[in-house]
Ligand binder design. Structure first.
Ligand code: IPE
Ligand code: IPE
Ligand code: MG
Length: 244
Protein backbone atom coordinates (compact mmCIF):
# COMPACT_ATOMS: atom_id res chain seq x y z
CA UNK A 1 0.00 0.00 0.00
CA UNK A 2 1.33 3.42 -0.90
CA UNK A 3 2.84 5.55 1.80
CA UNK A 4 3.22 9.30 1.38
CA UNK A 5 6.84 10.36 0.84
CA UNK A 6 6.86 12.56 3.94
CA UNK A 7 6.27 9.50 6.13
CA UNK A 8 9.31 7.65 4.75
CA UNK A 9 11.72 6.18 7.37
CA UNK A 10 15.45 6.88 7.54
CA UNK A 11 17.42 4.74 5.03
CA UNK A 12 18.25 1.24 6.29
CA UNK A 13 15.57 1.46 8.96
CA UNK A 14 12.45 -0.65 8.70
CA UNK A 15 9.33 1.40 8.26
CA UNK A 16 7.10 -1.00 10.15
CA UNK A 17 8.08 -3.04 13.20
CA UNK A 18 5.60 -5.58 14.57
CA UNK A 19 6.08 -7.19 17.97
CA UNK A 20 4.63 -10.30 19.59
CA UNK A 21 4.95 -9.26 23.22
CA UNK A 22 5.44 -12.67 24.85
CA UNK A 23 6.77 -13.97 28.15
CA UNK A 24 4.86 -11.98 30.78
CA UNK A 25 3.71 -15.13 32.59
CA UNK A 26 7.19 -16.67 32.76
CA UNK A 27 8.66 -13.36 33.93
CA UNK A 28 6.16 -13.30 36.81
CA UNK A 29 6.72 -16.97 37.65
CA UNK A 30 10.48 -16.39 37.90
CA UNK A 31 9.62 -13.89 40.61
CA UNK A 32 7.08 -16.10 42.37
CA UNK A 33 4.29 -13.71 41.47
CA UNK A 34 0.92 -14.18 39.71
CA UNK A 35 0.82 -13.96 35.94
CA UNK A 36 -1.08 -10.67 36.10
CA UNK A 37 1.98 -9.12 37.77
CA UNK A 38 3.86 -9.93 34.58
CA UNK A 39 1.15 -8.37 32.43
CA UNK A 40 1.34 -5.14 34.42
CA UNK A 41 5.11 -5.06 33.93
CA UNK A 42 4.43 -5.75 30.25
CA UNK A 43 2.54 -2.46 29.98
CA UNK A 44 5.65 -0.64 31.26
CA UNK A 45 7.68 -2.37 28.53
CA UNK A 46 5.11 -1.23 25.97
CA UNK A 47 5.48 2.37 27.17
CA UNK A 48 9.27 2.15 26.85
CA UNK A 49 8.98 0.62 23.41
CA UNK A 50 6.58 3.24 22.04
CA UNK A 51 8.91 5.96 23.28
CA UNK A 52 11.99 4.27 21.82
CA UNK A 53 10.21 3.67 18.50
CA UNK A 54 9.42 7.38 18.26
CA UNK A 55 13.01 8.34 19.14
CA UNK A 56 14.41 5.89 16.58
CA UNK A 57 12.25 7.38 13.85
CA UNK A 58 10.08 4.34 13.16
CA UNK A 59 6.85 5.14 11.34
CA UNK A 60 4.71 2.13 12.22
CA UNK A 61 4.70 0.00 15.36
CA UNK A 62 2.22 -2.83 15.72
CA UNK A 63 1.95 -4.84 18.92
CA UNK A 64 0.08 -8.05 19.71
CA UNK A 65 -1.83 -7.43 22.94
CA UNK A 66 -4.53 -10.08 23.07
CA UNK A 67 -5.26 -12.90 20.66
CA UNK A 68 -8.56 -14.47 19.66
CA UNK A 69 -7.18 -17.61 21.37
CA UNK A 70 -6.31 -15.84 24.64
CA UNK A 71 -10.00 -16.09 25.71
CA UNK A 72 -9.20 -19.71 26.61
CA UNK A 73 -7.06 -18.52 29.56
CA UNK A 74 -8.54 -18.50 33.09
CA UNK A 75 -11.26 -15.80 33.40
CA UNK A 76 -9.25 -13.85 36.00
CA UNK A 77 -6.32 -13.52 33.63
CA UNK A 78 -8.58 -12.59 30.69
CA UNK A 79 -10.22 -9.89 32.82
CA UNK A 80 -6.84 -8.59 33.95
CA UNK A 81 -5.63 -8.33 30.33
CA UNK A 82 -8.77 -6.47 29.26
CA UNK A 83 -8.42 -4.18 32.28
CA UNK A 84 -4.89 -3.37 31.18
CA UNK A 85 -6.13 -2.13 27.81
CA UNK A 86 -8.59 0.09 29.67
CA UNK A 87 -5.83 1.32 31.95
CA UNK A 88 -3.31 1.88 29.17
CA UNK A 89 -5.69 4.03 27.15
CA UNK A 90 -6.89 5.92 30.22
CA UNK A 91 -3.37 6.65 31.48
CA UNK A 92 -1.53 7.16 28.19
CA UNK A 93 -3.97 8.59 25.67
CA UNK A 94 -3.25 12.23 26.55
CA UNK A 95 0.48 11.71 26.17
CA UNK A 96 0.15 9.69 22.96
CA UNK A 97 -2.07 12.39 21.51
CA UNK A 98 0.38 15.13 22.51
CA UNK A 99 3.39 13.27 21.15
CA UNK A 100 1.94 12.78 17.69
CA UNK A 101 1.11 9.08 17.97
CA UNK A 102 -1.83 7.83 15.94
CA UNK A 103 -3.49 4.90 17.66
CA UNK A 104 -5.41 2.21 15.86
CA UNK A 105 -6.83 -1.03 17.19
CA UNK A 106 -7.10 -4.08 14.93
CA UNK A 107 -8.98 -7.27 15.70
CA UNK A 108 -12.53 -8.52 15.93
CA UNK A 109 -14.81 -5.99 17.60
CA UNK A 110 -17.85 -8.24 17.61
CA UNK A 111 -18.74 -9.28 21.15
CA UNK A 112 -16.46 -6.77 22.90
CA UNK A 113 -17.96 -4.99 25.87
CA UNK A 114 -19.50 -1.59 25.07
CA UNK A 115 -17.02 0.27 27.29
CA UNK A 116 -14.08 -1.33 25.48
CA UNK A 117 -15.60 -0.36 22.12
CA UNK A 118 -15.94 3.14 23.48
CA UNK A 119 -12.30 3.23 24.58
CA UNK A 120 -11.17 1.99 21.16
CA UNK A 121 -13.22 4.60 19.31
CA UNK A 122 -12.01 7.35 21.60
CA UNK A 123 -8.34 6.40 21.21
CA UNK A 124 -8.69 6.29 17.43
CA UNK A 125 -10.68 9.47 17.00
CA UNK A 126 -8.62 11.58 19.40
CA UNK A 127 -5.37 10.68 17.64
CA UNK A 128 -6.74 10.57 14.08
CA UNK A 129 -4.85 13.68 12.95
CA UNK A 130 -1.46 12.52 14.27
CA UNK A 131 1.24 11.36 11.88
CA UNK A 132 4.53 10.94 13.79
CA UNK A 133 4.17 7.29 14.79
CA UNK A 134 1.38 4.94 13.81
CA UNK A 135 0.77 2.67 16.82
CA UNK A 136 -1.46 -0.29 16.06
CA UNK A 137 -2.63 -2.46 18.92
CA UNK A 138 -3.85 -5.94 17.99
CA UNK A 139 -6.60 -6.72 20.48
CA UNK A 140 -8.92 -9.71 20.16
CA UNK A 141 -6.88 -10.23 17.03
CA UNK A 142 -6.21 -13.41 15.08
CA UNK A 143 -4.90 -13.55 11.53
CA UNK A 144 -7.33 -16.29 10.51
CA UNK A 145 -10.26 -14.38 12.00
CA UNK A 146 -9.15 -11.21 10.18
CA UNK A 147 -8.79 -13.03 6.86
CA UNK A 148 -12.19 -14.68 7.32
CA UNK A 149 -13.84 -11.31 8.05
CA UNK A 150 -12.14 -9.80 4.98
CA UNK A 151 -13.47 -12.69 2.88
CA UNK A 152 -16.96 -11.98 4.19
CA UNK A 153 -16.65 -8.33 3.22
CA UNK A 154 -15.48 -9.30 -0.24
CA UNK A 155 -18.38 -11.70 -0.73
CA UNK A 156 -20.80 -8.99 0.41
CA UNK A 157 -19.20 -6.53 -2.03
CA UNK A 158 -19.48 -9.06 -4.87
CA UNK A 159 -23.12 -9.79 -3.98
CA UNK A 160 -23.87 -6.05 -3.96
CA UNK A 161 -22.16 -5.59 -7.32
CA UNK A 162 -19.43 -3.33 -5.89
CA UNK A 163 -16.64 -5.54 -7.21
CA UNK A 164 -16.51 -8.19 -9.92
CA UNK A 165 -15.07 -11.61 -8.94
CA UNK A 166 -12.40 -11.22 -11.64
CA UNK A 167 -11.30 -7.94 -10.05
CA UNK A 168 -10.39 -9.64 -6.77
CA UNK A 169 -6.62 -9.55 -6.35
CA UNK A 170 -4.21 -9.23 -3.43
CA UNK A 171 -4.71 -5.46 -3.31
CA UNK A 172 -8.51 -5.78 -3.18
CA UNK A 173 -8.16 -8.40 -0.45
CA UNK A 174 -5.65 -6.39 1.62
CA UNK A 175 -7.95 -3.37 1.44
CA UNK A 176 -10.55 -5.36 3.39
CA UNK A 177 -8.23 -6.48 6.15
CA UNK A 178 -8.14 -4.60 9.47
CA UNK A 179 -4.73 -3.29 8.41
CA UNK A 180 -5.98 -1.57 5.24
CA UNK A 181 -3.73 1.47 4.63
CA UNK A 182 -0.99 0.18 6.95
CA UNK A 183 2.08 -1.07 5.07
CA UNK A 184 3.14 -4.67 5.71
CA UNK A 185 5.62 -5.17 8.56
CA UNK A 186 9.27 -5.26 7.55
CA UNK A 187 10.20 -7.09 10.71
CA UNK A 188 8.31 -9.21 13.23
CA UNK A 189 9.98 -9.46 16.63
CA UNK A 190 8.92 -12.11 19.13
CA UNK A 191 10.23 -12.11 22.65
CA UNK A 192 10.56 -14.98 25.15
CA UNK A 193 12.32 -17.46 22.84
CA UNK A 194 9.17 -18.84 21.20
CA UNK A 195 9.49 -19.18 17.44
CA UNK A 196 6.01 -19.08 16.00
CA UNK A 197 3.46 -16.55 14.72
CA UNK A 198 0.57 -17.63 16.97
CA UNK A 199 -1.92 -16.30 14.42
CA UNK A 200 -0.36 -12.81 14.21
CA UNK A 201 -0.45 -10.90 10.88
CA UNK A 202 -0.62 -14.07 8.79
CA UNK A 203 -1.27 -12.24 5.54
CA UNK A 204 0.86 -9.16 6.22
CA UNK A 205 4.01 -11.00 7.37
CA UNK A 206 4.44 -12.64 3.95
CA UNK A 207 7.87 -11.03 3.46
CA UNK A 208 8.68 -9.87 6.96
CA UNK A 209 12.06 -10.65 8.51
CA UNK A 210 11.66 -12.56 11.78
CA UNK A 211 13.75 -11.80 14.82
CA UNK A 212 13.32 -14.03 17.86
CA UNK A 213 14.73 -12.74 21.13
CA UNK A 214 15.22 -14.63 24.39
CA UNK A 215 14.29 -11.51 26.40
CA UNK A 216 10.97 -11.87 28.23
CA UNK A 217 8.61 -9.05 27.26
CA UNK A 218 8.61 -7.20 30.64
CA UNK A 219 12.41 -6.86 30.32
CA UNK A 220 12.22 -5.50 26.77
CA UNK A 221 13.52 -1.99 26.19
CA UNK A 222 15.34 0.31 23.85
CA UNK A 223 18.49 -1.85 23.72
CA UNK A 224 16.48 -4.90 22.60
CA UNK A 225 14.69 -2.87 19.95
CA UNK A 226 18.00 -1.53 18.69
CA UNK A 227 19.48 -5.05 18.66
CA UNK A 228 16.55 -6.30 16.58
CA UNK A 229 16.94 -3.38 14.15
CA UNK A 230 20.67 -4.11 13.85
CA UNK A 231 19.84 -7.73 13.04
CA UNK A 232 17.33 -6.52 10.44
CA UNK A 233 20.02 -4.43 8.74
CA UNK A 234 22.19 -7.55 8.36
CA UNK A 235 19.43 -9.39 6.49
CA UNK A 236 19.16 -9.47 2.72
CA UNK A 237 15.58 -9.13 1.58
CA UNK A 238 14.88 -10.69 -1.82
CA UNK A 239 11.09 -10.69 -2.24
CA UNK A 240 11.44 -13.70 -4.54
CA UNK A 241 13.82 -11.99 -6.93
CA UNK A 242 17.50 -12.60 -7.68
CA UNK A 243 19.75 -10.15 -5.89
CA UNK A 244 23.09 -9.64 -7.64
C1 IPE B 1 2.27 -12.36 26.67
O1 IPE B 1 2.73 -13.06 27.77
C2 IPE B 1 1.00 -11.60 26.93
C3 IPE B 1 -0.18 -12.19 26.29
C4 IPE B 1 -0.24 -13.28 25.60
C5 IPE B 1 -1.42 -11.46 26.45
P1 IPE B 1 2.15 -14.48 28.17
O2 IPE B 1 1.01 -14.29 29.09
O3 IPE B 1 1.85 -15.30 26.97
O4 IPE B 1 3.39 -15.08 28.97
P2 IPE B 1 3.97 -16.54 28.87
O5 IPE B 1 4.16 -16.88 27.44
O6 IPE B 1 2.98 -17.44 29.53
O7 IPE B 1 5.26 -16.46 29.61
C1 IPE C 1 0.61 -14.61 21.43
O1 IPE C 1 1.19 -15.13 22.57
C2 IPE C 1 -0.43 -13.58 21.78
C3 IPE C 1 0.09 -12.33 22.33
C4 IPE C 1 1.35 -12.03 22.52
C5 IPE C 1 -0.90 -11.34 22.65
P1 IPE C 1 0.65 -16.46 23.27
O2 IPE C 1 1.48 -16.64 24.48
O3 IPE C 1 -0.81 -16.40 23.45
O4 IPE C 1 0.98 -17.58 22.18
P2 IPE C 1 1.22 -19.14 22.34
O5 IPE C 1 0.02 -19.70 23.04
O6 IPE C 1 2.46 -19.33 23.16
O7 IPE C 1 1.40 -19.65 20.95
MG1 MG D 1 2.91 -16.56 25.84
Amino acid sequence: MGVPAETASPPGAPQHVAIIMDGNGRWARQRGRPRTFGHRAGVEALRRTVEAAGDLGLRYLTVFGFSTENWTRPPDEVNALIDLLRLYVRMDLDRLEREGVRVRIIGDRAGLEPDILDIITRAESRTAANTKLFLTIAFNYGGQCEITRAARRLVADVAAGRIAPEAIDATAFAARLDTADIPDPDIVIRTSGEQRLSNFLLWQAAYAEFVFLETLWPDFGRADLEAALAEFRRRERRFGAVVS
